[in-house]
Design a protein around this ligand. Structure first.
Ligand code: 13P
Ligand code: SF4
Length: 354
């Protein structure tokens, strides 16, 4: 259990024994019982940037999900070993785009005569294979904190963007930040022949959005926003851009997890907030600011934790740290060299965005 003092003490002792040999990274969606042991916490962008911050650490324990650990492996030295405390901590959104499906999509774009003017932009929440595809075809990775910069860059390289795999982040960024209209976007459905689109539709589109979504953020609805506004007069609605377009359009503020944290930190006492993102983070922020008189509620009580983020719990962290302290390398995440080469190219393009 989270308050189990024995497990807390075991994690502390194992981490102390490992000393500088271990570097623990924690995504903001992780449980409190885990996040207390993180050397660095952050959103996906910050964790990608900071993964290589401690080159002397032999082990990087990534408290987050599989695609984040893969990205950390790609961006860190060959002698550094990235470890994911539970190998079942995947991401349903990342799983919605496979290498085979994306290769098939590229063939469809080629058939329609638009592949050479299309730049792939892939959300961080994708497998290393998809990142490698992106790098090979001249594209970049983005996260929710730099999606506009990535699209600005991509539209300097070409005329169209293939945005993978989160249709909502792609659409929200195009319409909110880039001045495009909903009609500039089409959705490519990998389960239909030709993505369910005609060549004419593909040629007319500026944004080709992959039909993927986050199973957590996708559950916030327009009714969630309307209900909370009726319940709490004067409430500020702040949501993550993985939410549906209608939710984002009805919200007052939109941004990545790091943006959400900074906004609440700067919020005045007495202000009221409804937050549409993962529950572990919302609860932590509600507790952190309760004594400053900031009222922070979860946007929709029927939405649950991200089940895969939650797989990393204190027992898994203790097992991981104790195994490493005993010299047993467990749950290593290692991307093969060929994939790494092109995925790194795409990730480095993101890190070089202005
Ligand atoms: P950020 O931390 O970049 O906001 O991403 C949210 C997310 O869904 C990670 O899985
Ligand atoms: Fe994937 Fe959504 Fe969970 Fe993030 S919150 S890991 S995008 S399922």
């Amino acid at each position: 259990s989270p308050s189990d003092p024995d497990l807390v003490e075991r994690a502390r002792a194992a981490k102390e024994k490992l000393g500088d040999k271990v570097f623990v990274l924690g995504h903001h969606y992780q449980r409190d019982e885990v996040i207390q042991f993180a050397d660095v916490t952050g959103d996906s962008f910050k964790l990608a940037r900071d993964a290589a911050a401690k080159p002397e650490a032999e082990y990087i324990v990534f408290c987050g999900v599989h695609f984040m650990a893969e990205s950390a492996d790609i961006l860190t030295g060959d002698d550094q070993k990235v470890v994911l405390p539970d190998l079942a901590a995947g991401c349903s959104m990342a799983d919605m785009a496979t290498a085979e499906q994306v290769a098939e999509c590229w063939d469809v774009l080629t058939e329609a005569g638009i592949a050479d003017v299309t730049v792939p932009v892939s959300y961080m929440n994708s497998s290393a294979d998809i990142k490698a595809f992106t790098g090979r075809h001249g594209g970049t990775i983005c996260t929710s904190s730099n999606a506009k910069k990535a699209l600005d860059w991509a539209f300097e390289q070409g005329e169209k963007v293939l945005f993978l795999p989160d249709q909502h982040l792609g659409r929200n960024t195009a319409v909110r930040d880039m001045g495009m209209s909903l009609d500039d976007c089409v959705v490519y459905n990998p389960h239909k022949p030709n993505g369910g689109l005609t060549a004419e539709q593909l040629r007319a589109a500026k944004m080709i959005l992959w039909r993927g979504h986050c199973s957590v953020h996708g559950r916030f609805s327009l009714e969630s926003v309307e209900d909370v506004r009726a319940r709490i007069p004067g409430v500020n609605v702040l949501v993550h851009p993985e939410c549906k377009h209608e939710v984002v359009a009805a919200a007052d503020h939109v941004g990545s997890t790091e943006y959400i944290i900074n906004t609440l930190e700067a919020a005045p006492a007495g202000s009221k907030w409804a937050i549409g993102t993962e529950l572990n983070l919302v609860r932590r922020l509600a507790n952190r600011y309760a004594d400053q008189g900031k009222e922070i509620v979860f946007l929709d009580k029927t939405v649950c934790f991200c089940s895969t983020m939650n797989r990393i719990d204190l027992p898994h962290l203790v097992w991981t740290l104790e195994s490493l302290a005993e010299g047993n390398l467990v749950n290593r995440i290692e991307v093969d060299k060929e994939t790494e080469k092109f995925a790194k190219l795409a990730l480095e393009r993101m890190l070089a965005l202005p």
